[in-house]
Design a protein around this ligand. Structure first.
Ligand code: ADP
Ligand code: MG
Length: 235
């Protein structure tokens, strides 16, 4: 089977001319459908840069990057935009719309997809919120939810369209230990149910065990893809 994400000799540069700075060096990585990958490594090592390339949030410059079978090197805006419909994003700060209820926040993701147009969006959004344990918070605004609850709304929003790939950048950074754990376990459960691929960037050593594979970045290079080695670095 073709990998869902395949990077080969991927380089990435910020800036141009004298200010050009290489952020990724010769990254090689293949991720299969349904895999849960955790990416870890020091601050500034290139994790977010790599994640945003995988998510079609920036265009690959050098080497090869195939996402869901599509080559993204030199991809234009419209190619990236249509790819993004198949990807769910979860960020450190939940990025919910503060003026919309939990249900409306989740609904918004559905509204971007033609295939849901004829369906009962409120019912789908509500059901998704129930599956993340927020059935009694459907009409709440973000300001009246705890950090963990907000992040669960963000998960509901990312997964409600059943994306093939979910990318999460430090999703537990703003949460206490227990809520952080709950949030990743929830992502893991939904991913297995939907057979979606999940890539989580994290500094949070307490959640490394949920991964099928741990990828370790340092100075823009992918230095290890081995769970045992990464766990040894962060016992
Ligand atoms: P991480 O997520 O691992 O902390 P990043 O991917 O954010 O690392 O950053 C990798 C490197 O690229 C760092 O040296 C950072 O300063 C640089 N970088 C990140 N974003 C930009 C940008 N928009 N412009 C210039 N340099 C950037
Ligand atoms: Mg980062």
């Amino acid at each position: 089977m073709e990998p869902v994400i395949s990077a080969q000799n991927l380089n990435y540069y910020f800036g141009s001319g004298d200010l050009r700075k290489q952020a990724l060096f010769d990254v090689n990585l293949e991720i299969q459908a349904g895999e849960i990958i955790i990416m870890t490594g020091p601050s500034g090592s290139g994790k977010t840069t790599l994640l945003t390339l995988f998510g079609g949030l920036r265009s690959a410059q050098e080497g090869s990057l195939k996402i869901l079978g599509e080559e993204l090197r030199g991809a234009g805006k419209s190619q990236l935009a249509s790819l993004r419909k198949h990807i769910g994003y979860i960020f450190q700060a939940h990025n919910l719309m503060t003026f919309l209820t939990a249900q409306r926040n989740v609904r918004m993701a559905l509204e971007l997809h033609d295939r849901f147009l004829e369906q009962d969006l409120n019912a789908i959004a509500t059901q998704m919120l129930e599956s993340v344990g927020l059935g009694d918070r459907v009409q709440y605004y973000p300001e009246n939810l705890s950090g963990g609850q907000k992040q669960r709304v963000a998960i509901a929003r990312a997964l409600v369209t059943q994306p093939k790939i979910v990318l999460a950048d430090e999703p537990t950074a703003a949460l206490d230990k227990k809520s952080g754990r709950e949030v990743v376990e929830l992502m893991q459960k939904l991913a297995k149910e939907q057979r979606c691929t999940i890539l989580i960037v994290t500094h949070d050593n307490r959640i490394l065990d949920i991964a099928d594979r741990i990828v370790y970045m340092e100075d823009g290079r992918l230095v290890s893809q081995d769970k045992e080695a990464a766990l040894a670095l962060h016992p």
